[in-house]
Design a protein around this ligand. Structure first.
Ligand code: AMP
Length: 138
């Protein structure tokens, strides 16, 4: 039998590493991020340590996004934030540091000055349409 994968989040779930937990059910739990982009930054984490969005079953993904929506509502209610960033870093190439599926829910305020550090790419003539044809889901 293979041993179950251990991550910082499985250790948090088992209480080996302390956390501030906001919510828990059989499919996921929510903690406050220890290194927040904005105070109140929370993480919706799958109970099972799926590495990424592809690995997790559909019912878990659907459930987690609904829990993220509840956290968004709570952040708006308590912190009076004006919006949230709801995002998943999906595999290390995207910046995922903890290989255990989680959704970031980050409170945002008008003029809070936070910006993603992405530079923008530029399409050559016709390239976007051609790429769109390849990416279209039929
Ligand atoms: P990601 O880069 O998408 O994998 O995000 C991982 C997140 O987990 C980061 O925002 C970290 O600050 C957060 N994190 C790592 N360790 C802990 C911890 N012990 N408690 C709470 N959040 C953590």
């Amino acid at each position: 039998m293979t041993e179950k994968k251990e991550t910082v989040f499985t250790k948090i779930d088992r209480g080996i590493i302390p956390s501030v937990k906001l919510y828990e059910d059989s499919k996921c739990f929510v903690i406050m991020d220890i290194n927040p982009i904005v105070k109140g930054h929370s993480l919706v984490i799958s109970k099972e340590p799926y590495s990424n969005l592809t690995e997790a079953p559909e019912d878990v993904v659907k459930h987690m996004i609904l829990v993220a929506r509840k956290i968004d509502a709570r952040l708006r209610e308590v912190l009076k934030c004006d919006g949230t960033n709801v995002m998943i870093n999906n595999d290390p190439a995207s910046g995922q540091e903890v290989p255990h599926l989680h959704i970031h829910v980050i409170p945002r305020y008008e003029k809070d000055g936070r910006k993603f550090g992405f530079a923008h790419d530029v399409y050559a003539d016709g390239e976007m349409v051609e790429l769109g044809r390849r990416l279209e889901i039929k």
